[in-house]
Design a binder for this molecule. Structure first.
Ligand SMILES: [Zn+2]
Length: 471
C-alpha cells in the first residue's frame, strides 16, 4: 500500500434524495468521512437528484440533517440538478470524438433483444450498429458509449475486495444520456467524480456492477478512474440484506430513540471494520479517525445486531457525568410526560446510568414522573387478600408519618418489621402492595428506591390513592 500524501484524498458520498436517510447510507458516509479525516483530505457531499420525479427536497433535508447530527461535516457540496452544463459539455465532446453515438433502437426493439438474451441465459447487453450505420427513418433514442470491441475484460484492483474483473460484454455500449440535457446515472457519476477530482470511491458493494461501466466511461474520456473500495453489505441476523424486518433502517428512528451521535458512530464503524485491537468494542470518534484505514475493512457482510447497539449505547451513557446525562435525558422526559422534573431526574441518575440503553427508554420509568394508573385487584398479593393489602399500606403510611424514618436502610428495616409482626414474615405481603401503589406495575424498580426518588409526600399521596381504591 502506497502512503497517501496529506491532502491528496478526496472522497464523496452521493445520496439520492428519493427516500429518507438510511442507516446504510450513514455507514458509507461515516467510512468516507473517517478516511478523509484520517488522511487530512476532503469529504464531499453530492446529492444525485437527477431523477426529477422521485427526488424530493424533504429527503435531501433529512439526509443533510442526519449527517449534521452525526457531526460529519462536509467540505464541499453539490447537486447534480445544478450541473447540467457540465454533463452537456462532455456529451458533446464524446459525440464529436466518436467515443459516443446516438442509438435509434426503440424501447420495443431493445425489449425484444433483452427477452432473447434472457432466454439464452446471457448477460444483458446491447452492441449497437448505429454508430457506423445510423438509420435515416428513425428517431434518436439514447446516447451510448462506443465501447472498444477489442477489449475482452474490464477490471480493477478493489482496495477492499482485491482484483475484480468483468467480461467486456457485460459493459456493452453503455447508455450515457437520453439526450444532451438528460444524463443517465453512470455518466453523471463519472463526470462528477472526474471534475471533483475524487481520489477514492468508497461505496456499498451493490455498486460493483456499475464499476466496469464507469471505468469504460473514464477511459473514453481519456482519464484514470479513481481507486475503488466496495464496502460489505449490512446484513440482518438471518444474514440477508438488512431490511425493516430486522431493525429500523430509517436513520431518524435512531435519533428519535435517543441514541447519542458518539454511540451511533461507535456502532456503525464496527459494521465491517476492525480497530487495531480487534477485541475493542468501545471506540471514540477521535480514535476511529486515528485508526481508520481501508485495509481493515471486511470483505464479507457485517451483521447488524440491535442488542449490541444497546449495549454500546449503555456503555456510552455510563461514561457521562450527572450534568451531561441529565441534560440529555430531560428533553425525553418532557416529550413523554409533558414535564421537566430536574429533581427527579437528578435522583434517578444512578438508576438510569445502570439501566438506560437509549434515552427514550425513560418512558418505561413513567411512575417516577406521574402517579400510575392500575386496577385495585393488582394491589392484592397472591398469598393475601384485599384486607391484607389495606393493612400493609396503612402500616407503611404510619411509618412515613413518623419523624426520622426517611432513609434507605431505615425504610427497609421498618417494612421488614411490618412483615414480621403482621404477616408472619411474608415480605411479599408488604412489598407487593407498596410496589403496585407506587409504580402500578408488577415488575418495577425496588419500591424503597422509588420512595426515595419520588419523595415523602408523593409516596404518601400514592399510598392514600391505593387505599381509596381498596375501599
Ligand atoms: Zn442501438
Amino acid at each position: 500500500m502506497t502512503t497517501l500524501e496529506k491532502g491528496s484524498v478526496r472522497v464523496r458520498i452521493a445520496p439520492s434524495p428519493t427516500g429518507y436517510f438510511h442507516i446504510g447510507t450513514a455507514r458509507t458516509a461515516l467510512f468516507n468521512w473517517l478516511f478523509a479525516r484520517h488522511h487530512g483530505g476532503q469529504f464531499i457531499v453530492r446529492v444525485e437528484d437527477t431523477d426529477k420525479e422521485r427526488s424530493q427536497p424533504e429527503f435531501e433535508k433529512d439526509i443533510l440533517a442526519g449527517l449534521e447530527w452525526l457531526g460529519l461535516k462536509y467540505d464541499e457540496f453539490y447537486r447534480q440538478s445544478e450541473r447540467g452544463e457540465h454533463y452537456r459539455k462532455y456529451l458533446k465532446k464524446l459525440l464529436a470524438d466518436g467515443k459516443a453515438f446516438w442509438c435509434y433502437h426503440s424501447k420495443e426493439e431493445l425489449g425484444i433483444e433483452k427477452a432473447e438474451q434472457t432466454k439464452r441465459h446471457e448477460a444483458l447487453h446491447h452492441f449497437c450498429d448505429h454508430k457506423d450505420n445510423p438509420p435515416t427513418d428513425k428517431e434518436k433514442q439514447l446516447i451510448r458509449l462506443a465501447v472498444d470491441r477489442n477489449i475482452e475484460k474490464i477490471g480493477w484492483h478493489d482496495l477492499v475486495r482485491g482484483d475484480i474483473e468483468f467480461s467486456a460484454d457485460t459493459v456493452s455500449d453503455v447508455s450515457l444520456a437520453k439526450d444532451l440535457d438528460t444524463p443517465l446515472y453512470n455518466f453523471a457519476v463519472v463526470i462528477d467524480d472526474y471534475e471533483m477530482q475524487i481520489s477514492h470511491v468508497i461505496r456499498g458493494e451493490d455498486h460493483i456492477a456499475n464499476t466496469p461501466k464507469q471505468i469504460a466511461i473514464f477511459r473514453a474520456l481519456g482519464v484514470e478512474p479513481p481507486q475503488f473500495a466496495h464496502l460489505p453489505l449490512i446484513l440482518g441476523a438471518d444474514r440477508s440484506k438488512l431490511s425493516k424486518r430486522h431493525a429500523a433502517v430509517a436513520f431518524n428512528q435512531y435519533i428519535e430513540a435517543g441514541y447519542t451521535p458518539e454511540t451511533i458512530i461507535n456502532f456503525l464503524v464496527l459494521l465491517g471494520w476492525t480497530p487495531n485491537d480487534d477485541k475493542q468494542e468501545l471506540i471514540s470518534t477521535q480514535e476511529a479517525i486515528e485508526q481508520f484505514t481501508l485495509e481493515k475493512i471486511h470483505k464479507s457482510g457485517a451483521v447488524f445486531n440491535p442488542e449490541k447497539l444497546n449495549w454500546i449505547s449503555n456503555q456510552h451513557l455510563r461514561q457521562l457525568g450527572d450534568e451531561q446525562l441529565s441534560s440529555l435525558v430531560l428533553p425525553f422526559v418532557q416529550r413523554n410526560f409533558n414535564q421537566v422534573d430536574n429533581v427527579i431526574v437528578s435522583r434517578l441518575m444512578p438508576l438510569l446510568r445502570e439501566r438506560l440503553e437509549y434515552l427514550d427508554q425513560i418512558k418505561e420509568f413513567g411512575y417516577f414522573f406521574q402517579a400510575p394508573e392500575y386496577g385495585p385487584e393488582l394491589l392484592v398479593w397472591k398469598k393475601s387478600d384485599a384486607v391484607g393489602a389495606k393493612q400493609a399500606i396503612t402500616k407503611v403510611l404510619g411509618i412515613l408519618s413518623g419523624a426520622g424514618e426517611w432513609g434507605d436502610q431505615k425504610l427497609r428495616s421498618r417494612l421488614d418489621e411490618v412483615a414480621t409482626t403482621d404477616f408472619a414474615g411474608d415480605r411479599g405481603a408488604v412489598y407487593w402492595p407498596i410496589r403496585v401503589a407506587l409504580s402500578g406495575e408488577k415488575f418495577s424498580a425496588d419500591p424503597v428506591q422509588i420512595m426515595l426518588i419520588i419523595g415523602q409526600s408523593e409516596t404518601a399521596n400514592r399510598l392514600q390513592t391505593a387505599l381509596a381504591k381498596l375501599n
